[in-house]
Design a binder for this molecule. Structure first.
Ligand SMILES: [Ca+2]
Length: 481
């Protein structure tokens, strides 16, 4: 849903104009925006992981800025991606829950929405997306209809890392708007596309490369794991032939390599390896930017789309993927842009994924369309120099609850209306619920959260989640009996 406000439009046009003036002093930057999938706050060594070593991402942080209070808009994949693309709270698009390839046909990010890719493309950028879309599985929602010149990857929530078969047991690998498979381990294919794209970049045309990797989302597969999923439409015999043909192409593990004994240890070991492989790919992409002499004026962004999945870590925070607690949405955020961002910075400013759209528009001097109002706020000036962001309330919402931040205060309103209040300055782990002592504050936040939710969902039908679909189907079944 698009909102129009003249006042906001004028403000943003003037922000974009300031961006354009400042960008004229130097060439417009290239953008490489990398998003991991289900990677938690505590899964990189630079964010304190002792289990996973991520030297390339650590180096990227040392070269630029690392954020400690950066949040995804959603607690699961689709909602955060809708907010990333539109610069708004995802509820305005209706995509407030996951789009599941099994259930949600005819649901996705409508091509009429204005995405950051639309804005940069109109501003003279070449745009590409390699990786996971998860904003509609059908052709009509394809990224090339939503601002991207190039697309290779998958449109559902996850695919087998080798066979690229989704949870509906269909092949889900696209090149542009056609299903067209290419062999290889998913993470590696995405990195290879990125490297080829950078190699072929034209000198006189800046680019925006969006790389939403599927890793480390499940299925839990490393480069030499066997195929797990085969096409559902094939006969049993043909499925086996398909499995064998792909398994034959998978590299053997290094000599002497031994898998952990217990199932749990093996699962963890593979999870770790999926993250280190991703880190390695980031290193290769950065090396290619260096080789092309583009590194100084390329804004590299690395973040995640929600908190950690099973066996990964939210560091000091409570909860993981899907949770309204900090672990569900506070994620790593690293940015490098040597010609603008001073090396070695750490910032504790409160930011959300929807802030990236206006930041990218301003950093590239791309004007926003007249009348486009965004919930996100540009933080380009913060990249140039540490400063306090203006105070604002930040909100999170899903079908079973909502949450908000007011500076140090975190309020969660669970389904049914019970509230939890935490002071994050004293209690990062959200262990001490202060709701009973602070009833006046709770009342204020509860009213604010409800006003916000009503405003962002007004007139927009929200996607229903798996549980609700199953519940409704069960009710219909009982009724028909
Ligand atoms: Ca995710």
């Amino acid at each position: 849903m698009k909102n129009h406000s003249l006042q906001a439009a004028l403000l943003f046009i003037s922000i974009a104009a300031i961006g354009l003036i400042s960008c004229q002093a130097q060439e417009r930057p290239n953008i490489v925006f990398i998003m991991a999938d289900d990677l938690g706050y505590g899964d990189l060594s630079v964010y304190g992981s002792e289990l996973i070593q991520t030297p390339n991402l650590d180096k990227l942080a040392a070269r630029g800025i690392q954020f400690t209070d950066f949040h995804t808009n959603g607690m699961v994949c689709t909602p955060t991606r809708a907010a990333v693309l539109t610069g708004n709270y995802q509820q305005r698009t209706g995509l407030s829950e996951v789009v599941a390839c099994r259930w949600h046909t005819n649901v996705g990010l409508e091509p009429e929405e204005t995405t950051f890719a639309d804005v940069l493309k109109l501003g003279g950028y070449h745009t590409a997306l390699f990786g996971k879309w998860h904003l509609g599985v059908e052709e009509k929602y394809n990224p090339i209809h939503n601002g991207f010149n190039e697309f290779a990857g998958f449109t559902s929530g996850n695919v087998d890392y080798h066979s690229h078969i989704n949870l509906n047991r269909d092949l889900d690998w696209w090149q542009q708007d056609k299903i067209k498979d290419e062999p290889g381990y998913q993470t590696e294919i995405i990195a290879q596309h990125a490297i080829r794209y950078i190699q072929n970049a034209k000198k006189d045309e800046p680019f925006c490369l969006y790389l939403p990797f599927g890793a480390p989302h499940t299925p839990n597969q490393r480069p030499y794991s066997k195929v797990e999923r085969v096409p559902g439409h094939l006969s049993k015999k043909d499925q086996e032939a398909f499995r064998d043909s792909i398994n034959q192409t998978i590299p053997k593990p290094p000599e002497g390599y031994k898998l952990a004994e217990s199932k749990q240890d093996r699962f963890l070991e593979i999870s770790i390896e999926m993250v280190t492989f991703l880190d390695d790919c980031v290193g290769k992409i950065v090396t290619e930017l260096e080789r092309k002499g583009l590194i100084d004026n390329t804004l590299i962004i690395f973040t995640s789309d929600n908190g950690p999945r099973k066996m990964l870590s939210s560091g000091p925070f409570k909860g993981g993927k899907g949770s309204l607690n900090e672990g569900g949405h506070r994620v790593p955020m690293i940015m490098s842009w040597p010609s603008v961002i001073e090396a070695g910075r750490v910032s504790d400013q409160l930011l959300m994924t929807m802030d990236l759209f206006p930041t990218l528009a301003q950093a590239t001097g791309s004007a926003l369309p007249k009348g486009l109002k965004l919930d996100g706020t540009s933080f380009l000036t913060l990249l140039k120099k540490e400063q306090e962001m203006p105070h604002r309330y930040c909100y999170w919402g899903k079908s079973s609850g909502r949450a908000m931040r007011d500076g140090q205060w975190k309020y969660i309103e669970n389904e049914g209306g019970t509230g939890e209040l935490y002071n994050l300055t004293q209690d990062l782990a959200e262990a001490n619920n202060l709701a009973a002592q602070e009833s006046k504050r709770v009342k204020k936040y509860s009213a604010l959260i409800n006003t916000w939710y009503e405003e962002v969902t007004k007139g927009v039908e929200q996607v229903i989640n798996h549980k609700e679909i199953t519940k409704r189907a069960e009710e219909a079944r009982k009724k028909s009996k």
